[in-house]
Design a protein around this ligand. Structure first.
Ligand code: ADP
Length: 453
């Protein structure tokens, strides 16, 4: 049996058992109390009846008649004189009876009294009723009844209670077993499933568990398993891509370093080789930096610190950084932003977004073309566009350019120093700002990236 089933079962058992025991105890006590009370008042009433008859006719004849009547029952009547002499008794007067007769109190109310009610220990229960004629006590009617009858009655009752108790205990056990199973079965299944997931088996199958919290938990585990599987596959792919990306520049570096090492120090080729080695090292460090950026963004504690930024001077300062490179390519950059416009952004991270987009616009455009950077508020949202008149992106690649290591033209972009990580970094940063990025492009005409914050 599982630990949880045992715990819950035990808890159910103790709770129900306590509840049942307490209610049984009170029920038992109440029944006994009322049965004994019934017996006692019946006895007293019987005594009072005899007394009434005697009060109506206190004669030999009547007294004998009463004695005869009682002799046939399980009760016994004794009629005494006011000074404790025995007038009549329906049966033999035992020592216990005598003891009770002697202990009679001085004043007895007309309705009588219970003289002995200790059914557990005494041999008889007893009552007394005074016979009053013309305001004078003529005698006392004592009624006795053996307590054995009550004891038998109670022990019969106890037997019933015991049987009922045992039966309900049995039912309780059966119910608890089923109940516990119903509660713990899904939990145990889920625990097994998570164990399998942690061992790398993502093919968990949990039965339908309903729409309650447990059902939701089961659904979450299924979602978790499939997410984990996707994540694991992605990680493997990512690692494969990284090693592939690192291998290419490293092969160049290794190869040219080897040739340069053996080349004549005076040879002009040697400078050429060293130049290639330098370029490849630059690419490599860019790749490593971008990978590091992505890794930081994947961490949970990556935070965006937004502040109100005056956009015109902000964009101007970014553009200044790229102008030399644009000039080199004879490209023009136009900034369209109203002077009072401001936005709530993380200035450092958003600069990286714009720089990456501008770098792409430059890389994938011909000389003598124009780049436009525009910022505006549309429907209360900040909208930033970066537009170029470059070669454009084929329709079928548009959906994938934000993926890590995705490049449209592998060999050409690599030659241009592209790592394939720029746009995925852009996308993650924009999303971290709570924004979205879209791309529109037509081949040979140009490309527009639109960010909405
Ligand atoms: P890379 O470092 O290769 O530029 P990115 O993630 O920045 O990587 O871009 C992914 C691919 O999208 C690029 O390889 C390029 O083919 C295409 N691309 C990105 N920006 C543009 C653009 N402005 N014009 C044309 N193609 C672009």
């Amino acid at each position: 049996m599982n630990k949880i089933s045992f715990k819950i079962g035990l808890l159910f058992f103790v709770a129900i058992f306590l509840l049942e025991s307490i209610s049984m105890f009170f029920l038992h006590d109440n029944i006994i109390h009322s049965r004994v009370h019934d017996e006692l008042s019946a006895l007293q009433t019987r005594g009072n009846n005899h007394r009434e008859i005697l009060e109506a006719s206190f004669q030999e004849e009547t007294i004998r008649h009463i004695a005869m009547m009682e002799a046939r029952t399980d009760t016994q009547v004794i009629l005494t004189t006011p000074d404790d002499g025995i007038y009549m008794s329906s049966n033999k007067v035992t020592n216990e009876m005598k003891k009770i007769l002697k202990g009679t109190p001085r004043s007895v109310p007309h309705d009588g009294l219970i003289l002995e009610d200790d059914w557990k220990h005494a041999t008889y229960i007893a009552s007394i009723s005074p016979v009053v004629i013309d305001n004078k006590v003529n005698g006392y009617v004592y009624m006795f009844q053996s307590t054995q009858k009550i004891k038998d009655l109670i022990s019969g009752l106890n037997r019933h209670f015991l049987l009922a108790g045992l039966l309900s205990l049995l039912f309780m056990m059966i119910i608890i077993v089923f109940l516990t199973r119903a509660v713990t079965d899904p939990l145990i299944k889920m625990s097994d499933a998570t164990k399998r997931i942690s061992k790398g088996d993502f093919s968990v199958s949990l039965p339908k568990l309903g729409k309650d919290e447990i059902g939701e938990l089961g659904e979450s585990i299924k979602v978790l398993a499939s997410d984990l599987e996707v994540l694991k596959n992605e990680r493997n792919e990512f690692l494969a891509s990284i090693s592939h990306e690192l291998r290419t520049p490293l092969t160049y570096i290794k190869g040219y370093a080897d040739i340069a090492r053996r080349a004549d120090p005076a040879s002009p080729d040697r400078d050429n080789f060293l130049g290639i080695i330098f370029e490849e090292s630059v690419k490599l460090s860019k790749l490593v930096k971008e990978l590091f950026d992505l890794a930081k963004m994947d961490e949970n504690n990556f935070s965006i610190e937004k502040e109100e930024v005056h956009l015109l001077p902000y964009f101007q300062s970014i553009i200044e950084k790229v102008l030399p490179a644009l000039k080199e390519n004879q490209m023009e950059l136009v900034l369209s932003c109203q002077s009072e416009l401001s936005g709530v952004i993380d200035p450092i991270r958003f600069e990286q977004v714009i720089l990456n987009l501008l770098d792409n616009a430059r890389k994938y455009s011909e000389p003598n073309t124009k780049i436009i950077v525009g910022a505006d508020t549309v429907d209360g949202k900040l909208q930033v566009i970066v537009h170029d008149e470059g070669k454009g992106i084929p329709e079928m690649d548009l959906a994938r350019i934000f993926e890590r290591f995705y490049r449209v033209d592998k060999s050409r972009t690599r030659a241009l120093g592209g790592t394939g990580l720029g746009l995925s970094i852009v996308k993650q940063l924009v999303e971290a700002h709570g924004g979205t990025i879209e791309v529109f492009s037509s081949l040979g005409v140009g490309t527009t990236f639109k960010i909405i914050l």
